[in-house]
Design a binder for this molecule. Structure first.
Ligand code: HXC
Length: 259
């Protein structure tokens, strides 16, 4: 169990923070003392999410931004520093995805997902760097990927390539920016049952039971499983952890390899 001051004093920016895993992470961070900036394309959604956090006593702001646009990402970073006085934690969570056989995938469809996932993550890291370097706790970047970016992801080549790219980018930055006391890690969630992505890509397609059986634990994970990992990596509990990919997938990856 984390204590209420685990993230006290820190400011965090979470992309895709208005719903799903991003909102779960933001809510957990706020409960543990962090100030959170929620960024997303849907202004109403991020504003409502920030209001809910404030209503339960947290410190939260929201800003409309599309991670495909560097200037908007930069503006969100600047607004975080202006609102809270620092930027200590960046969570690159925003993602786009859809199922499509690669032979049918249009170049624009490919580019759309690469732009959101891979380029959006790079934009966040690049825009945040100078502020993370100044963090008195040491900066922390956490990007949400998936081991399907390592194994390959049939019917989702765009997302597989993007997530694999984020893993490589993160390891690169962990080494480049370690001397600036910035830690750079990724989290690889398995199938998280209470998310829009799993609902749309697995459950609605009738593959819910199959996907649960693919995990060693035989069940979907919960958003809070990912939020707990994100708290650990952002906090001083993970102070010596960098360049790591924390797999939180109920043993899905291992079962795949061991089979
Ligand atoms: C084939 C598709 C398609 C589909 C879009 N495209 N959906 N092609 N099958 N189902 C193509 C379009 O035809 C178009 O190419 C191009 O992609 C851009 O589509 P737009 O709709 O114009 O893009 P945009 O409005 O920007 O939407 C982005 C999006 C969308 C990614 C396509 O799905 C989205 O915004 N999703 C919300 C976020 C999201 O997906 N979250 C889930 C992440 S979950 P053409 O050539 O026709 O112009 C996740 C992990 C899942 O990542 C883990 C477990 C399953």
């Amino acid at each position: 169990m984390f204590t209420n001051d685990t993230l006290e004093g820190r400011a965090a920016l979470i992309t895709g923070g208005g719903s799903g895993i991003g909102l779960e992470i933001a809510t957990a961070y706020a409960r543990l003392g962090a100030s959170v900036m929620l960024v997303g394309r849907n202004e109403e959604r991020v504003q409502a999410a920030a209001s809910a956090i404030v209503a339960e006593g947290g410190r939260a702001l929201a800003l409309k931004a599309d991670v495909r646009n560097y200037d908007e990402v930069k503006a969100a970073v600047d607004a975080t520093v202006e609102g809270f006085g620092s930027l200590d934690i960046l969570v690159n969570n925003a993602a786009g995805n859809f199922v499509c056989p690669t032979a049918d995938l249009s170049p624009r469809g490919w580019q759309t997902v690469i732009d959101i996932d891979l380029n959006g993550t790079f934009y966040g890291c690049h825009a945040a760097y100078s502020h993370l370097k100044e963090s008195r706790y040491g900066g922390s970047i956490i990007s949400i990927i998936t081991m399907l970016g390592v194994s390959g992801w049939p019917q989702a080549a765009h997302a597989a390539a993007a997530k694999g790219g984020i893993l490589s980018l993160s390891r690169t930055l962990a080494v480049e920016w370690g001397g600036d006391n910035i830690r750079v890690n990724t989290i690889s969630p398995g199938p998280i049952g209470d998310t829009e992505g799993v609902q749309r890509m697995y459950i609605e397609g009738g593959r819910g039971e199959l996907e649960q059986k693919k995990t060693a634990l035989g069940r979907f994970g919960k958003k809070e499983d990912i939020a707990n990992a994100a708290v650990y990596l952002a906090s001083s509990l993970g102070a010596y952890v960098t360049g790591e990919n924390l797999i939180v997938d109920g043993g899905r990856w291992l079962k795949y390899v061991a089979a």
